[in-house]
Design a protein around this ligand. Structure first.
Ligand SMILES: C[S@@+](CC[C@H](N)C(=O)[O-])C[C@H]1O[C@@H](n2cnc3c(N)ncnc32)[C@H](O)[C@@H]1O
Length: 262
C-alpha cells in the first residue's frame, strides 16, 4: 500500500501521452503536459525516471531503495555508527520517530528507516514526490525489505513550513526528531557538481526559504531537530546548534530539546 497524501499543484513536464501508466502518475501529481518543458518523465523497466531534455547524456534520476547505492549503504554502510544515526540520537533500544521535512530522493530517510526509525517524509516538489512514490511502490513490493518499508516509511506531499506547524498544533502522535536537509546554494562551479546532483539541483533550485523551517521544526520535535548543512554554510536561521557532528563535507547541526530516552 502506498501511503501518499496529495496536494494538487500544477507543474509543466514532457511525457509520452500515449502511455497510460505515466499519464495517470502525472495526473495524480498535478503534472501537466508541456511540449517545451525542460524535463521529461519516462516509465521504463517498471521505474519512473526524470531526464533533463537539453542534457540527454546526464543519467536520469529515479528513486531506488531496493538496489544500487542506498541498498549497498544499508548492507555495508556502518549501521548505527554512522554520523546521521548519532545525530538523530539512535542508540541501543532507542528508535526515534522522525519527520524528514525535506525528503528529496529519500536517501537519508531510508538510512534512518533501515536502522529502525519510523520516518514520515515531507516533500513539496510534485516531480520529486512522484519519483519518491514510485520508489516506495517498488520497495513496498520487495520480498526482502517490503515488510518493514511499509511499516516505517511514508510520504506526505506538501510544504513542511505549513505542515510542520499544522502537525505541531494538532498532533496526538509524538514526533521525536525533525530532520532537515534543505538545498543549499552550491558554491562549486556547476560542472564540478556531481552529474546526478546537477539534474536534481536544476529541478528543485535553491531552497531560499529554508530559514523558515527551523521554528516549526522546533515546535514539532519533542527531542531534537537535526539540520544537515555543507561545512561552509551558516547556521539555519542564524541559530546556533546545541552540538555539531562533522563529516567530510557536511555537518549535522543538532538542536536538542530533551534527552533521548527509550
Ligand atoms: C537537498 S534535498 C534533500 C535530500 C535528502 N536529504 C536525501 O537524502 O535525498 C532538499 C529537498 O527538500 C525539498 N524541500 C525544501 N524545502 C521544503 C519544504 N519547506 N517543504 C517540503 N519540502 C521541501 C526540496 O524540494 C528538495 O527535494
Amino acid at each position: 500500500m502506498t501511503q501518499v497524501n496529495q496536494t494538487k499543484t500544477s507543474y509543466g513536464i514532457f511525457f509520452n501521452r500515449h502511455y497510460p501508466t505515466i499519464e495517470s502518475a502525472c495526473e495524480r501529481w498535478g503534472l501537466v503536459y508541456d511540449a517545451n518543458a525542460e524535463f521529461e518523465l519516462v516509465f521504463e523497466d517498471n521505474i519512473l525516471t526524470l531526464i533533463k531534455r537539453d542534457e540527454p547524456k546526464l543519467k536520469g534520476i529515479s528513486v531506488d531503495f531496493v538496489s544500487g547505492a542506498v541498498a549497498h549503504r544499508r548492507k555495508f554502510g556502518g549501521g548505527r555508527g554512522q554520523s546521521i544515526a548519532k545525530a538523530v540520537g539512535l542508540k541501543q533500544g532507542v528508535n526515534p520517530s522522525v519527520v524528514d521535512g525535506t525528503a528529496g530522493l529519500g536517501r537519508d530517510a531510508f538510512v534512518l528507516a533501515s536502522l529502525g526509525c519510523n520516518v514520515t517524509m515531507v516533500e513539496r516538489h510534485p516531480v520529486v514526490a512522484a519519483l519518491l512514490e514510485d520508489g516506495l511502490r517498488r520497495a513496498y513490493e520487495d520480498a526482502e525489505i517490503g515488510d518493514w518499508m511499509r511499516e516505517r516509511m511514508k510520504l506526505f506531499h506538501g510544504s513542511s513550513i505549513d505542515s510542520l506547524a499544522d502537525a505541531a498544533h494538532s498532533s496526538n502522535t509524538e514526533v521525536d526528531v525533525v530532520y532537515l536537509d534543505p538545498m543549499y546554494p552550491h558554491r562549486e562551479k556547476s560542472a564540478l557538481v556531481k552529474k546526478e546532483m546537477r539534474v536534481f539541483q536544476s529541478l528543485v533550485g535553491a531552497d531560499l526559504d529554508a530559514d523558515g523551517l527551523l521554528a516549526p521544526a522546533m515546535a514539532l520535535a519533542s527531542k531534537r531537530v537535526v539540520v544537515k548543512r555543507p561545512d561552509y554554510a551558516e547556521d539555519l536561521d542564524g541559530v546556533k546548534p546545541s552540538m555539531v557532528i562533522a563529516t567530510k563535507k557536511n555537518r549535522f547541526d543538532v538542536y536538542v530539546r530533551a534527552a533521548m530516552t527509550a
